[in-house]
Design a binder for this molecule. Structure first.
Ligand SMILES: Cc1cc2nc3c(=O)[nH]c(=O)nc-3n(C[C@H](O)[C@H](O)[C@H](O)COP(=O)(O)OP(=O)(O)OC[C@H]3O[C@@H](n4cnc5c(N)ncnc54)[C@H](O)[C@@H]3O)c2cc1C
Length: 311
């Protein structure tokens, strides 16, 4: 039975490749562990790597015409991809869309630019407002999608405009008000548009002072977070009135392990991949931590990490 189906599957794969390849760079059966900071995740059937909003729109059209699911990722720093991988097309906004330019107090960044590179570019350009972002390892597109923040700063405070492709393939501009930012929330979590370019409004500052703040925040991060291990950052959203890491520690979960996934000894808010952990290990550990915290303090913890892929 399986043998009989194989040529059909191959034909479908070939015809899809023929349709995707003219749109942009395409990879088949691409291991997602290469595209996540957790270093976990089975293969994506297809990975498309567009170099412009127009290319991204072309991939959306192919996915729709082929009735294939489309999953958008950036740097993969807030993702847990399941072990069976991702069916359909993963569209990665990465290095091919990472341009940076400065226009007075505005920085225009391709959505694939790393947030830390945008922050350093701002410092070199003598612009203040992005110091908080220097140690967040995602792309600027992912940062807008998540409304990433740290040390009392949030990307929402500096975004002026975003160019995004909608699921029907049209390209449109969003003002900051259109984006309806909230805690780790933006409108893009509802409308599933693909963020392609971000305009940030910063203020003129003093290069040395900006760099000193960034160096201080980097030191603080390095001393508190388990950056020497693969992870996806904070595992849980901050419950109102609490810190997730403190709740996890108080529930006695520091160091707790499932397979090779472990609650960090350095910062209980992080689950780390302590060596070849599977997504199933991480999911089971998340479940056990949620259970223990609920029993100990009565608080429900919800993952901040986004879980993707075939169950
Ligand atoms: C060590 C470490 C420290 C961290 N510290 C922080 C921190 O201090 N503060 C914080 O907020 N986060 C932190 N994070 C989490 C993470 O870096 C952020 O959430 C980041 O904004 C995610 O960006 P990304 O490009 O990696 O997105 P991904 O993880 O690739 O994707 C996250 C979500 O964004 C969507 N997405 C990504 N790019 C696009 C795009 N171009 N268009 C549309 N949707 C898109 C994806 O579909 C997915 O749903 C940390 C992570 C790590 C590993």
């Amino acid at each position: 039975m399986q043998k009989k189906n194989e040529p059909v599957a191959r034909e479908l794969m070939d015809s899809l490749f023929e349709r995707l390849a003219p749109c942009c760079k395409v990879l088949a059966q691409e291991p997602m562990c290469r595209h996540t900071t957790f270093e976990i995740g089975g293969p994506a059937d297809w990975m498309a790597l567009p170099a412009s909003a127009t290319e991204a729109a072309a991939v959306i059209r192919v996915a729709a015409e082929s009735c294939l699911p489309l999953t958008v990722i950036g740097k993969g720093s807030n993702l847990l991809v399941r072990d069976k991988g991702v069916r359909g097309i993963v569209l990665k906004i990465g290095e091919a869309m990472a341009s940076l330019r400065c226009e007075g107090e505005i920085i225009v960044a391709g959505a694939g630019a790393l947030l830390s590179d945008v922050a350093k570019f701002a410092a070199q350009s003598g612009l203040t407002g992005l110091e908080f972002a220097v140690g967040i390892p995602g792309s600027i597109g992912g940062a807008v999608f998540m409304n990433a923040g740290a040390y009392d700063g949030e990307i929402s405070s500096v975004v002026e405009q975003v160019t995004a492709v909608s699921p029907d393939g049209t390209i449109r501009e969003y003002s900051a008000a259109d984006i309806r930012f909230g805690y780790r929330h933006s409108v893009f979590q509802e409308n599933r548009c693909i963020i392609c370019e971000v305009r940030l409004r910063l203020r003129t500052g003093e290069k040395e002072a900006i760099e000193a703040v960034m160096a201080d925040l980097t030191r603080r991060r390095e001393s508190k977070q388990p950056l020497e291990w693969p992870s996806a950052g904070s595992t849980f959203r901050r419950p109102p009135g609490y810190f997730a890491g403190t709740l996890v520690e108080q529930a006695g979960c520091k160091g707790l392990r499932c397979g090779n996934a472990q609650v960090s000894e350095k910062h209980a808010g992080f689950i780390i991949n302590a060596g070849q952990a599977s997504a199933a290990d991480v999911q089971e550990l998340i479940r056990r931590v949620q259970e223990r915290v609920k029993r100990h303090s009565g608080v429900d913890l919800w993952p901040e990490v986004i879980i993707l892929g075939e169950e």
